[in-house]
Design a protein around this ligand. Structure first.
Ligand code: BTN
Length: 324
């Protein structure tokens, strides 16, 4: 119901309650109720006496037909959920995983009110400007079979960005998408992987992907690092096209990863390592290790040249930064 109202408002123009009611085939009171639902979901809209209602600007909503037209691999999934607003798409699929029969699911949201990043950070998720989705994917051989998975997912996104002709993108271990700018690096997207199930037997993985499309100054004020959007690098790209291309590459990658594991992807990943040969520091919970970036090994661990020689680091509660 709401999605129809939101589709009418997506053009960013004013629509009177009467007009909305007529198009939706409901009373003005029913329109008002739907608008209240949007308000309850924190979806921003303007209400001006004598003019009607409008979204603050025109938006391109995700649309299953448009996604399919852009090659979205719907057949790869047992279910496709699309929400206007949720807490977190990862949370939605973690819930589904509790009763899941090891089938595959995808969940998109136009906005997240509790979007989560790695290491307990919030993921700023304004309405219909970026992409927020999660995929629930079963792995039959337990946790050992998913070593390097988050790097493989990053590489799938990198492949999609190349297909979309988005320039200057690279990967930051373990799972950030970065862009080299004139003033340093800016974050284009991130991946949050969560697991349920048996570590030795079948497990289910929720792969959450957040890709910035259109980052505004008000978003930057809420993000604790420099960020940039795909549209700032390649204007005119449609959200539906970016979403379809990302998911298509991701499904292809998961299928490839299940058969060959990460080692087969190592060289390709290292070819996109944003910090290769650069001075870096590895931030551990209570210390920092300086060195220079040497890419990843077969297991997806990061290799650094340090004062004490080459050292290898696992993901977990660590992060990599550019050093001086
Ligand atoms: C990071 O770089 O810290 C990871 C960010 C992951 C964000 C995505 S948005 C879709 C999914 N739902 C979430 O709550 N988080 C992930």
């Amino acid at each position: 119901m709401n999605s129809t109202l939101i589709e009418l408002l997506a053009d960013g123009e004013f629509h009177s309650g009467e007009e909305l009611g007529a198009v939706l085939g409901v009373s003005r009171a029913a329109v008002w109720k739907q608008l209240q639902k949007l308000e309850a979901m924190n979806i921003p809209f303007h209400s001006v006496k004598g003019k009607g209602y409008r979204l603050p600007e025109a938006v391109e909503l995700l649309d299953q037909n448009r996604l399919l037209a852009e090659g979205f691999p719907l057949q790869a999934f047992n279910s496709f959920d699309q929400h206007l607003s949720v807490g977190s798409t990862n949370d939605e699929l973690m819930l589904k995983a509790e009763t899941n029969d090891l089938s595959r699911h995808i969940c998109f949201a136009e906005m997240q009110t509790g979007g989560r990043g790695r290491r307990g950070r919030a993921w700023v998720s304004p309405f219909a400007r970026n992409l927020y989705f999660s995929v629930l994917w079963p792995f039959s051989q337990g946790i050992s079979a998913i070593q390097g998975l988050s790097l493989a997912v990053g590489l799938a996104i990198q492949r999609a960005l190349i297909k979309l002709d988005v320039p200057s993108t690279g990967l930051k271990w373990p799972n950030d998408l970065l862009v080299k700018t004139s003033t340093g690096h800016a974050k284009l997207g991130g991946i949050l992987i969560e697991l349920t199930g048996d570590v030795t037997d079948a497990c289910q993985v929720v792969i959450g992907v957040g890709i910035n499309l259109d980052i505004r100054p008000q978003d930057l004020a809420r993000i604790d690092q420099n960020a940039i959007g795909v549209k700032q690098l390649q204007s005119g790209l449609s959200r539906n096209k970016v979403a379809a291309t990302l998911v298509k590459e991701l499904v292809g990658m998961l299928t490839e990863f299940e058969v060959y594991g990460f080692s087969a992807l190592k060289e390709e990943w290292n070819g996109h390592d944003a910090f290769n040969g650069l001075p870096v520091k590895l931030i551990l919970p209570s210390s920092e290790i300086p060195g220079s970036g040497c890419g990843v090994n077969d297991k997806g661990e990061y290799v650094m040249e340090t004062a004490g020689g080459k050292q290898v680091f696992n993901a977990g509660e660590v992060s990599l930064r550019l050093g001086e």
